[in-house]
Design a protein around this ligand. Structure first.
Ligand SMILES: *Cc1c(COP(=O)(O)O)cnc(C)c1O
Length: 390
């Protein structure tokens, strides 16, 4: 590899770019994770997480990627043979469902065409039909990172309430937390799963479970064996701001900085910024004469946009051309949409010019790769961004 000047454009929908402030925070000498200095930082971080998840209850932090946090959510609350209602919104929902099956859970996996989110009406119908309460939990991916579709969590909550059903409600916010509005407590979510490397602008390595009283009660009687993922050990240590095993000390320094940055900007401003970037990107896509994978305007993701290739193939070649010529990484199509879509990440640490640079890289890449399109996507995005300022 030869030296490439300028920063690499990491415009995949996670891991996202890590801002300098966070890199510097992580670059602190490692300290005793059982000492008083650590306890102080740990307290700040554990309480700060509650504000980010919008909950007054505990948020547990495991040294893991998102997959481990998924696993913790299932095995702390359910028992082998339990029925779980899930929606095949895309690749990530499919992996979570497969994990549940491996653990011996019975998954009612509602199909979609990967262009829509979980349908609140179907949640209502499924739960109403389930008179003897065999369904123990409803598990939804908030932002389906493989498709750029965001499911409507408050409406799904409403459906569960309307059915008057006691199922737990678990939500994967791995790629939405810190980018899309999310309220663990107000939306009565029982387990919120997340991790560090997407909206929180950190490197991979921290996984989160925000838990409700109801989830905690379920965890006292459920039947899965666990040790590393056990909530009770973690909660006990967290009472004095320690951990049962060695935490990712330096990533926690980074998390403290990330929470500071999100709160300096203001969460509502962070969400509004992502919404603007989502809209600007969709306008560019439309101007190019291309189509987004998401078909439902109410479910457009402000985190990423998955763009369909004209003719249904060639996304990987386009990404290769863009990487080689402009030093920019875009997300690939995953699972069923491999090579059919490419994904533009617009989450985390970016501003108007980062987005315009990203879209310019895509527009030039479309031309270089010989993908049929109309010029003017970047111009449409610029017009929208400046309009929104006036
Ligand atoms: C990234 C992602 C995951 C997987 O997390 P890992 O950190 O790769 O284990 C799960 N769900 C969603 C929605 C994601 O975006």
């Amino acid at each position: 590899m030869t030296f490439k000047s300028g920063r690499h454009f990491l415009q995949i929908p996670g891991p996202s770019n890590v801002p300098d402030r966070i890199l510097h925070a992580i670059g602190h000498p490692t300290i005793d994770h059982r000492g008083p200095e650590f306890q102080k930082i740990s307290e700040e971080v554990l309480l700060g997480c509650r504000r980010i998840f919008k909950t007054s209850g505990p948020v547990l932090i495991f040294p893991t990627s998102g997959t481990g946090a998924w696993e913790a959510s299932l095995i702390n609350t359910l028992s082998p043979g339990d029925k779980v209602l899930m929606f095949e919104t895309g690749h990530f929902a499919t992996i979570w469902a497969n994990m549940a099956r491996k653990y011996g859970l019975e998954v009612d996996f509602v199909p979609t065409n990967w262009r829509h989110g979980a349908d609140p009406q179907i949640v209502l119908e499924k739960l109403k039909e389930d008179k003897d309460h065999k369904i123990k939990s409803v598990n939804i991916v908030h932002n389906e990172t493989s498709t750029g579709v965001a499911s409507r969590i408050p409406e799904i909550r409403k459906a569960i309430d309307e059915a008057n059903h006691p199922a737990l409600f678990m939500v994967d916010t791995i790629s939405s937390l810190g980018s899309l509005d999310y309220c663990h407590e107000e939306w009565k979510v029982d387990v919120t799963i997340s991790c560090s490397q997407k909206g929180l602008m950190l490197p991979p390595g921290l996984g989160f479970n925000a838990i409700s009283e109801k989830a905690l009660a379920a965890s006292r009687n459920n039947k899965f064996k666990r040790h590393f993922w056990d909530w009770s050990d973690m909660l006990k240590s967290n009472e004095i701001y320690l951990y049962p095993s060695t935490p990712c000390t330096n990533l926690l320094f980074g998390l403290r900085e990330s929470i500071k940055m999100l709160e300096e900007e203001g969460l509502d401003n962070v969400f509004a910024r992502h919404d603007r970037f989502g809209e600007a990107t969709r306008r560019a896509v439309r101007a190019w004469g291309l189509e987004t994978l998401c078909e439902e305007p109410l479910e457009y993701s402000s985190v990423l946009t998955a763009v369909m290739m004209p003719g249904g193939k060639g996304a990987d070649n386009l990404r290769k051309v863009i990487l080689e010529n402009f030093n920019m990484s875009l997300g690939n199509g995953l699972g069923k949409v491999a090579d059919k879509v490419f994904r533009i990440g617009h989450l985390g640490d970016l501003n108007d010019l980062t987005l315009i640079g990203t879209l310019a890289g895509v527009e030039m890449g479309l031309a270089l790769a010989g993908v049929g399109h109309t010029k003017g996507g970047v111009a449409a995005a610029m017009e929208y961004l400046t309009e929104a300022m006036a």
